[in-house]
Design a protein around this ligand. Structure first.
Ligand SMILES: [Zn+2]
Length: 142
């Protein structure tokens, strides 16, 4: 169950997205809290200095954009921080690729809203299955 602190960290993720996302359709932010208490943020963005509008909107954005979860994982990787046992706070449920990365990083818990299981493109059902198979606690905010 999501706590008041959890919701506060999700609002922090939302603020980070507003300030740092390159996506003009859907700004997504993530906060990861390592087991040590250290924090990293991520946003969906283009890891290139060339942020042309056609790279920032549908349908052209998909090959250019890194998802917020991966951006936050990379922020910790640059600092050499282990994410095993971490908690991940985010507005939206992770897509299957990000869920797999979080599982590979051996995080402990995610806090987010319930997915739209009908959005097949993101394979939310399989993402949730993979997270649960890895024993990751999922706390929904809704
Ligand atoms: Zn993703």
């Amino acid at each position: 169950m999501a706590t008041a602190r959890d919701r506060s960290l999700i609002r922090q993720a939302e603020r980070y997205a507003i300030e740092h996302s390159d996506d003009l359709d859907n700004r997504v932010g993530v906060v990861i809290e390592a087991a040590t208490g250290e924090m990293a943020c991520g946003a969906n963005r283009i890891p290139s200095p060339y942020k042309y509008d056609e790279r920032r909107t549908r349908p052209g954005k998909y090959p250019w954009m890194v998802h917020a979860e991966i951006d936050a994982i990379m922020a910790f990787a640059r600092k050499g921080v282990d994410i095993s046992g971490a908690t991940v706070y985010m507005q939206w449920f992770p897509c299957s690729a990000c869920a797999a990365a979080l599982c590979a990083g051996r995080i402990a818990r995610i806090v987010c809203s319930r997915p739209d299981y009908g959005a097949d493109r993101y394979h939310f059902g399989k993402a949730e299955q993979l997270l649960r198979e890895n024993g990751i606690v999922i706390d929904f905010t809704d």
